[in-house]
Ligand binder design. Structure first.
Ligand code: PLP
Length: 435
């Protein structure tokens, strides 16, 4: 059927005619920005259809830690693409080398399976936890996002009335599936102990972002992480760290290495391949051996594109650069400069603000008080100002995603001059937004 495209139609108008809402992810429908069409990316920037260049702190929700269009990653992918594409037969050398690299780097990882996305990795982590334990319940935490599948489609960014109640992210999920996921407050060891005291024999897995970056940044208390480890061990439940954001961005060994906590399973994505579609699930050999990639094992695992040679090449080159170049040193230093500079500026302006983050990730909540500990604390954030200053940043050639509670990222391609400009532009944008 013809879609009746007129030569004069704008791209967003054409998109709306053939793509629901005009975008391919619910998270890309940004109110007020439907006309922003990105036509090019390079290093720390992207360019729109009018030729305007923006310094990009959104970074596609986090993958391009090396910066956009990293020439070495591009070369590695091009080289792989001239040599090999998908055959769907056995295994390639790149897949083995990538698995060996992850086993080398991440403390808890003894065996690895590759997926194409982070959602697939968390899906399979929970499936195998249920397969191994024969149990029903999953525990997740307010403010954590683990992808789009049913078991975890609850309570990421809830309205105040919905906090603590079942709050599905989607319709179309069986009520019994939603009921099998318990949602607890983050950083609350007593709530964890109480949940295990009541349901311990029925909890298959506990899954968390060790730092819930899907609501900006909630830093975990050591006691909280220790309690999770202790309770999971005591009750025979599987502890899953979802390091899709934190993995490789914060440390080559993941946040687990920084925290000194060893989960049973870990999920990866995003920064592992600088933007190529790669996810991974790794962990204890006895759990990973339960996947049907081993003959006779019970937990079905498959995927036409798993371990595709082109994206594996991207991951191998990304990890090589992360190991051999001072990427973390650079992005941590700039992250610190951003946080310090912004905090000083807000103090000078007299705007109540909490500037936080970790390493290359930063976020400002517009509220009084100290470091937030849980999603509840973030309800005090002034969402209008949060979104308002980011909309105004566009006029200064800076892009931070104008959606409430979204974090921003620094890459290896960002410079000190970018940071200076970010701080100066933010001051102007905030002053304008509070007028
Ligand atoms: N886990 C976390 C912590 C995430 O932030 C995301 C995506 O933002 C996912 C899982 C899902 O990954 P993907 O979008 O690649 O399916």
């Amino acid at each position: 059927m013809s879609v009746g495209t007129a030569a004069t139609d704008s791209l967003p108008a054409r998109a709306l005619r053939v793509i629901p809402g005009g975008v391919n992810s619910g998270q890309r429908r940004i109110p007020g920005l439907t006309d922003l069409i990105v036509t090019g990316t390079s290093g720390a920037t992207f360019t729109d259809a009018e030729g305007r260049v923006y310094t990009d702190y959104h970074s596609a929700f986090g993958p391009p830690l090396l910066g956009h269009n990293d020439p070495d990653v591009q070369r590695a992918v091009a080289e792989a693409a001239t040599r090999l594409d998908l055959t769907g037969v056995a295994v390639t050398e790149g897949e083995v080398t990538l698995a060996e690299t992850l086993v080398d780097l991440v403390p808890s990882v003894e065996k690895v399976l590759l997926t194409s996305t982070g959602s697939e990795a968390t899906f399979h982590a929970l499936r195998v936890a249920r397969a191994v334990t024969g149990r029903r319940l999953i525990v997740k935490f307010q403010g954590c996002y683990h992808g789009w599948h049913d078991a975890v489609s609850l309570n990421v960014i809830s309205s105040p009335e919905a906090v603590g109640a079942p709050d599905p992210i989607s319709t179309g999920i069986l009520p019994e599936v939603l009921a099998a996921t318990l949602v607890l407050p983050f950083n609350d060891p007593a709530a964890v102990r109480a949940a295990f005291a009541e349901h311990g024999a029925d909890i298959a897995a506990v899954i968390l972002e060790p730092i819930p970056h899907n609501v900006g940044c909630l830093l975990p208390d050591a006691e909280f992480l220790t309690t999770l480890r202790e309770q999971c061990t005591a009750h025979g439940s599987v502890l899953v760290f979802d390091e899709v954001i934190t993995g490789f961005r914060h440390d080559l060994g993941g946040y687990q290495k920084i925290a000194g906590i060893t989960p049973d399973l870990t999920t990866f994505g995003k920064a592992i391949a600088n933007g190529a579609p790669v996810g991974a699930l790794g962990g204890r050999a006895d759990l990973m051996e339960q996947f049907s990639t081993r003959p006779g094992a019970p937990a079905f695992f498959a995927g036409t594109y798993n371990g595709h040679p082109w994206v594996v090449a991207a991951a191998l080159e990304t990890l090589r650069k992360l190991r051999e170049q001072p990427v973390h040193e650079h992005v941590f230093r700039l992250g610190e400069r951003v946080r310090t500079g912004l905090a000083e500026m807000y103090t000078r302006l007299g705007v109540p603000a909490v500037v936080t983050g970790y390493g290359s990730v930063f976020v400002t909540y517009f509220m009084a008080g100290g470091e937030p500990r849980s999603y509840d604390d973030l309800l005090a954030n002034d969402a209008n100002l949060f979104i308002g200053y980011r909309r105004r940043l566009l006029e200064h050639g800076v892009f931070e995603l104008p959606l409430n509670l979204k974090r921003s990222h620094i890459s290896y391609a960002h410079t000190d001059a970018d940071v200076d400009h970010l701080i100066a532009a933010t001051e102007l944008a905030v002053q304008d937004a509070i007028k």
